[in-house]
Design a protein around this ligand. Structure first.
Ligand code: XUL
Ligand code: CO
Length: 440
């Protein structure tokens, strides 16, 4: 046991003053025919939770994540047991990792793979003991200096080959652990200046790497979803997977759209100048909604702060899109989030997950109620109702022409400029957020 002073976190309701309890997340509560835990499918991010020690550009770590061990491989083993203790105590049923989060890097690729082979069985036995599942795996092809100019988009073919070898192994581990997803986040797949960059070649190469990953994954029995996680910038000035719309064009150009879906991260959406809801909507409308990296950024900062999500408005609108997408299939809500550098105790790990899980549980309840009552649907349907009959119906059916539309416009009165009622709708959402709290 690593967290002796922390008991299993229970649902105690909104009146509870116990910080180590859920106020809104009630795992077994049925919401629209499904348990809250099934709607939300929370996942722990291994990199932030087990590895992130608070190091930033101006200071070293503030939190000890060695879990009472000393050698790198021993630390990795202890992290496995600590991670499962955290998940069991929080009631989190999934986790996500990069290959390099779970095992140390050796001095050769072979040695690194051997380390992985020592750790994977430990994870597997903990999964069997607890029933906790792997949401997705991925390869860290951005930390090592060899990847300073990208991995799949590196100008150096040897680096491309190394990345392929690393992804091959990461796929094998993901399959071995029954993972339901495999993520490509762009890492350093982008550029700093076009003066030294053959953008077309880099993107062609990236697509080829992904194609090979799909072929190999399917060959070794991976039946889950491949995901691309869009992000517009950071670490490179321009990341190729800028946003959902850009990634869609890339997938369609290279014929990858049937194997890939989107893993949408809240903080990446806002860095791209979009709302989180916008990115989810673009994915939903194009049938590529897959999974979510749940976090939030700071609107006053221009980088990826990966904060635990606590903004109820955002979690509500996120869950609105998730419910409208029919819920998660292979995907889930991975907390790609870290406690702030000054929140440096083990207790803060639990408190930050509790905050994020409660915020999403609340968002689920509000969104479900808004959908049940049909308030937004009703408004939107009415707003577009002119397309249901007459000339509008012909437009909807694509059965009119410029000639007919001109004739119609010439013989009609000036179109009525109807209000979009934005402020009314924003207030309506606030009303649902408040009312949901009152009814708990
Ligand atoms: C980086 C980021 C990654 C991915 C996985 O911004 O979000 O942690 O989620 O590689
Ligand atoms: Co992420």
């Amino acid at each position: 046991m690593y967290f002796e002073n922390i008991n299993k976190i229970k649902f105690e309701g909104v009146e509870s003053s116990n910080p180590f309890s859920f106020k809104y997340y009630d795992a077994d509560k049925i919401v629209n025919g499904k348990k809250m835990s099934e709607h939300l499918k929370f996942a722990l991010s291994w990199w932030h939770t087990m590895c992130g020690d608070g190091t930033d550009m101006f200071g070293r770590g503030t939190a000890d994540k060695s879990f009472n061990a000393t050698s790198p491989i021993e630390i990795s083993k202890h992290k496995v047991y600590a991670a499962f203790e955290i998940m069991e105590k929080l009631g989190i049923e999934y986790f996500c990792f990069h290959d390099r989060d779970i095992a140390p890097e050796g001095s050769t690729l072979k040695e690194t793979n051997d380390y992985l082979d020592q750790i994977v069985p430990v994870i597997k036995s903990e999964m069997e003991r607890t029933g906790i599942k792997l949401l997705w795996g991925t390869a860290n092809c951005f930390n090592n200096p060899r990847y300073m100019c990208g991995a799949g988009t590196s100008p150096n073919a040897d680096v491309f080959a190394y990345a392929a070898a690393q992804i091959k192994k990461a796929l094998e581990i993901t399959v071995e652990l029954g993972g339901q997803g495999y993520v490509f986040w762009g890492g350093r797949e982008g550029y700093e200046t076009l003066l030294n960059t053959d953008m077309a070649k880099e993107q062609d190469n990236m697509a080829y790497l992904m194609k090979m990953a799909v072929e190999y994954g399917r060959k070794i029995g991976f039946t889950g979803d491949f995901y691309i996680e869009p992000k517009p910038k950071e670490p490179t000035k321009h990341q190729y997977d800028f946003d959902v719309a850009t990634v869609l064009a890339f997938l369609r150009k290279y014929g990858l759209q049937n194997d890939f879906k989107m893993n949408i991260e809240a903080n990446h959406a806002t860095l791209a100048g979009h709302t989180f809801q916008h990115e989810l909507r673009v994915a939903r409308d194009n049938d590529v909604f897959g999974s979510i990296d749940a976090n939030q950024g700071d609107m006053l900062l221009g980088w990826d702060t990966d904060q635990f999500p606590t903004n109820l408005y955002d979690t509500t609108m996120c869950m609105y899109e998730v419910l409208k997408s029919g819920g998660f299939t292979n995907g889930g809500l991975n907390f790609d989030a870290k406690a702030r550098r000054a929140s440096n105790t083990h207790e803060d790990i639990f408190l930050s997950y509790i905050a994020g899980m409660d915020a999403f549980a609340y968002g689920l309840l509000v969104a479900n109620k808004m959908i049940e009552d049909g308030v937004i649907d009703e408004f939107v349907n009415r707003r577009y109702s002119s397309y249901n009959q007459g000339i509008g119906e012909k437009i909807s059916n694509k059965s009119t022409s410029f000639e007919e539309l001109e004739e119609y416009a010439l013989n009609s009165a000036e179109p009525f400029a109807e209000s979009g009622r934005q402020e009314y709708l924003e207030n309506l959402v606030n009303q649902y957020i408040v009312l949901t709290g009152k009814k708990l």
